[in-house]
Design a protein around this ligand. Structure first.
Ligand code: GDP
Ligand code: MN
Length: 391
């Protein structure tokens, strides 16, 4: 679960990480009042969407007059913002954060995540802050410093020194103290909130020598939400893909992808394998949809409906290995969906397992047009042919 910047900054503030003064507004009217409460000029107006790259996409504005705060808020609110991390349609901005502007002396990157190779929380620090960390990692990996953390001892002050004393030039003693404090507190935020990611980019030293988190990104591990009930309230369903929301409602594992082959599969392993063979056949999956081992007829129906609601889908591949989910239930679910919405797209079905004959019979006796594949490879080839229009 991702948090908005303003929510992440609130967690930072509570944990003692310095953040700029700021207020969240949802209308230009509110912006007028808020400007009087916040030190400036300059002010910074920041679109609150879950995607990053807002700076380059025009979603972060630095302004010097109160009327500019209001125009900037007006320009951002209610409109889509396109960044490198959004789709080309962008994401509608419903809230903007208005903050006191800081005079930046140096920008750093500070992040924490679980490092899979060392199985431990790891602090990542770089003096190339402000830029995209992926780019720094690709072009100048020597500028990215890491410290693995032993959860038994927690974050140790010498680890902060390992990172900070490799900076050149060395920051002032006051700034070093500030950086050390932020690092220790980032570890606390990460652990206390069951985060999978905490990122401050940029963490700055201001011209006045203070260390402040100018940006904040937090992702909470979904598997820990059962014990993070307070954080669950920070979820913003508006940021989610409507098809993913619908899938969530019916307990379907659905992820939208970039291609045009809609795929419905049972079991995550089979879903992965199916995506692979679709790609190997030269096509691209439009989604990952795992209806799970024990899907009901209704879940199947909803799954097919979700695929049909995705207008990019040009062909559908249903690949089911019947175990607990019986093939006859699958067939009934597909037919129910076909009754709701006519399926005009090519449909390729590959069924195996429990009650497979009964399932095939049900499909055959319906007026549904579909192609049957003998095996997975043939199914993928058929569906790839269909989206290429040569089928
Ligand atoms: P992101 O592009 O979505 O990561 O948004 P950021 O919050 O990182 O903002 C983008 C850039 O705006 C930062 O890298 C800073 O260079 C700049 N910025 C943000 N806040 C301030 C500020 O208070 N003063 C100044 N001068 N620049 C700022
Ligand atoms: Mn940033």
């Amino acid at each position: 679960m991702k948090l908005h910047e303003y929510q992440a900054k609130e967690l930072f503030g509570n944990a003692g990480i310095p953040i700029p003064n700021g207020h969240l507004v949802t209308s230009a009217d509110q912006a007028t009042k808020v400007t009087q409460l916040i030190n400036g000029p300059p002010w910074v107006i920041k679109a609150q969407i879950h995607a990053g790259g807002r700076g380059k996409g025009g979603g972060v504005r630095l302004v010097h007059y109160p009327y500019e705060v209001i125009t900037a808020a007006e320009q951002l609110l209610g409109k889509p913002l396109v960044t490198k991390q959004t789709s080309s349609d962008g994401v509608i901005v419903n809230q903007v954060l208005i903050e006191e502007g800081m005079e930046i002396d140096r920008e750093f990157y500070l992040g924490m995540l679980i490092d899979r190779s060392s199985y431990s929380p790891t602090m990542i620090f770089s003096q190339s802050g402000g830029m995209e960390i992926e780019e720094v990692a690709a072009n100048s990996p020597e500028l990215i410093l890491r410290e693995h953390i032993n959860p038994v001892t927690g974050w140790m002050p010498h680890q902060a020194r390992n990172l900070i004393y490799r900076l050149s030039p060395l920051p002032s003693p006051l700034a070093i103290k500030g950086l050390m404090s932020v690092m220790a507190r980032v570890y606390n935020v990460f652990m206390d909130n069951d985060c999978s990611l905490v990122e401050i980019n940029p963490l700055v030293i201001t011209k006045g020598g203070k260390v402040i988190a100018l940006d904040a990104k937090i992702t909470i591990d979904d598997n820990a939400l059962f014990r993070q009930k307070e954080l669950l309230k920070l979820d913003d369903p508006k940021e989610k893909d409507p098809l993913e929301l619908m899938a969530e409602k019916y307990q379907l594992n659905y992820v939208r992808l970039e291609g045009n082959v809609g795929a419905m599969v049972n079991g995550a392993g089979l879903a992965m394998a199916t995506m692979d063979v679709i790609k190997m056949a030269g096509a691209e999956p439009a989604n990952f949809l795992d209806v799970g081992g024990g899907a009901s007829e209704e879940m199947i129906t909803k799954g097919v409906e979700i695929i049909l609601m995705d207008r990019r889908v040009k062909a559908i591949l249903i690949n089911i290995f019947g175990g607990i989910l019986r093939c006859d239930i699958l067939a009934r679910g597909v037919l129910a969906a076909a009754r709701e919405r006519r399926i005009r797209l090519p449909l390729i079905v590959r069924l195996e397992g429990t009650n497979v004959e009964e399932g095939r019979e049900i499909l055959r006796n319906s007026d549904l047009k579909f192609l049957v594949a003998r095996d997975l490879v043939e199914a993928a080839e058929l569906v790839a042919k269909q989206v290429r229009g040569t089928g």
